[in-house]
Design a protein around this ligand. Structure first.
Ligand code: ACO
Length: 435
């Protein structure tokens, strides 16, 4: 039996039956509900897409109430423990774990696309010395579309595949160059003998000799990349799909998605958490800080999530990784403040009632800082990992026959039609422009 929803429009008394599929009605079916034949039809109003599914996807599954996250069906805990970031990127993009030869080929392709054009390097030189690396990342990835004009042929599978190799391979290079530029150090070219994460760390830290990261730190960064690789229809992925729906090239799409990630309510939260911990300064100041959060003065960064109404499963893994990292680097003194914040918040009625738990970004910044990354690189690290998820979602979008250019409706509440007023008859303005 087909599941359905019966709606009676009390304005007209008419009854409608709407099919339910996968626990959803099609919002377009609401358009049948009309007052008159030329009526546009009923809309659903959903600011911030709180209750709107914008696509069917087979990439990532989240159950926010139970704290479950799976990539292509595999629990995040198993992937974090047993896989590598590049293997996970393959899984996200192609739907299955690779065979050994597929993995070797994939790693080879990524490794041999890591260099960036010398003119991209020159372009990065033009940024101001204190440019935020995330701003440099966004600008440089966008500019890369001009270096690969073939990327516009998004419906050619070979061309698309090439850009996937290029983007996943080059984002660590762009990220590391942005950092080296901001510190005035010479750029370090990719080293194809190293793993994905070791190469990135080498490009960040090398001076005269090759930088040899401690294996625990190399592994920790790889796990953090796995945890950040995809998260279904979040703000930046929605931007990726929105831009992709206009058939823009993938560099422009990734630049747009990275811009969305930059904001402090999304990927910028890991940096904001560290700034918050530094501002709190000591464990004793935590109760006062929590009081101000509860009074609505500001938010507790790294807490709360649109879909997780339970402990973010990634935060649990990050906490374990933090312990391993601190054994090598020494304990980050800010950890005590973070633990105290978490302890008090998890007991406090304000947070309990609103189901606010630590999210992935609450502890990840502490690890990055202990590893020596400057604060303004944190979101760039997130962007490196999420590029694989953005591309997987973009690929899925382009194969989805039901998708079209993304174009929401609006509820227009502005003025009705009125005649133009000549300047001489406008009088003194009663409102200030911008208010
Ligand atoms: N601190 C204090 N109060 C909070 C917080 C917080 N971090 N997050 C939500 N609340 C409160 C809100 O004030 C609201 O209270 P009210 O009902 O009394 O008005 C209630 O909880 C619900 O909040 P919403 O804003 O409706 O929740 P939403 O789902 O829109 O927001 C978000 C999710 C943006 C993540 C939010 O929790 C937040 O701002 N957190 C801090 C920033 C952060 O850590 N972002 C990273 C998210 S993870 C990621 O992107 C990788």
């Amino acid at each position: 039996m087909q599941e359905s929803l019966t709606i009676i429009d009390n304005r007209t008394g008419k009854q409608y039956e709407l099919p339910i599929e996968y626990g959803a009605i099609r919002a377009n079916d609401l358009r049948k509900i009309k007052l008159t034949d030329d009526d546009f039809g009923l809309l659903s109003y959903d600011p911030a897409f709180m209750s709107t599914a914008s696509c069917k996807s087979r990439v990532t599954f989240i159950d926010g109430d139970k704290g479950i996250l799976r990539y292509r069906g595999y629990p995040i805990e198993q992937l974090a423990e047993r896989s590598t970031f590049l293997e996970v990127a393959y899984l996200l993009l192609y739907g299955e774990l690779p065979s050994q030869s597929e993995l070797d080929q994939w790693v080879h392709q990524i490794t041999y696309h890591t260099f960036i054009h010398e003119n991209i390097k020159k372009l990065m030189d033009g940024f101001h010395h204190d440019a935020h690396p995330m701003g440099m990342f966004v600008g440089t990835i966008g500019a890369m579309s001009t270096f690969y004009p073939d990327a516009k042929r998004i419906f050619d599978p070979d061309v698309r595949q090439k850009q996937i190799y290029r983007l996943i391979a080059k984002v660590p290079t762009v990220a590391a160059f942005a950092y080296r530029h901001s510190t005035g150090k010479p750029y370090v070219y990719p080293d194809n003998d190293l793993s994905y994460t070791a190469n990135f760390l080498n490009m960040m830290a090398k001076m005269t000799d090759r930088y040899k990261p401690h294996p625990v730190l190399e592994h920790a960064l790889d796990v953090l990349f796995i945890l950040h690789a995809d998260h279904e229809q979040n703000c930046s992925t929605n931007a990726m799909r929105g831009i992709g729906s206009s058939h823009a090239d993938p560099y422009s799409c990734v630049a747009g998605a990275a811009s969305a990630l930059y904001g402090p309510l999304h990927g910028g939260a890991n940096e904001a958490v560290l700034r918050m911990l530094l501002e709190i300064g000591s464990k004793d100041h935590v109760p006062e800080y929590i009081r101000r959060v509860k009074e609505g003065e500001f938010r507790l960064m790294g807490f709360g999530h649109r879909v997780y109404k339970n402990y973010d499963p990634r935060a649990t893994i990050v906490k374990e990784v933090a312990d391993q990292v601190f054994e090598v680097t020494g304990r980050n003194p800010l950890l005590d403040i973070a633990l105290e914040l978490e302890r008090i918040a998890l007991e406090d009625e304000y947070f309990v009632k609103r189901k606010l738990y630590p999210n992935v970004d609450f502890y990840s910044g502490l690890i990055y800082q202990a590893m020596g990354f400057p604060l303004d690189m944190f979101t760039v690290l997130f962007a490196i990992a999420r590029t694989s998820g953005w591309l997987a979602q973009w690929n899925e979008l382009l194969h989805d026959q039901e998708q079209k250019i993304a174009r929401p409706q609006q509820l227009y509440l502005g003025e009705g039609e009125r005649d133009y007023i000549p300047m001489s008859r406008r009088g003194t303005p009663v409102t200030v422009f911008g208010q």
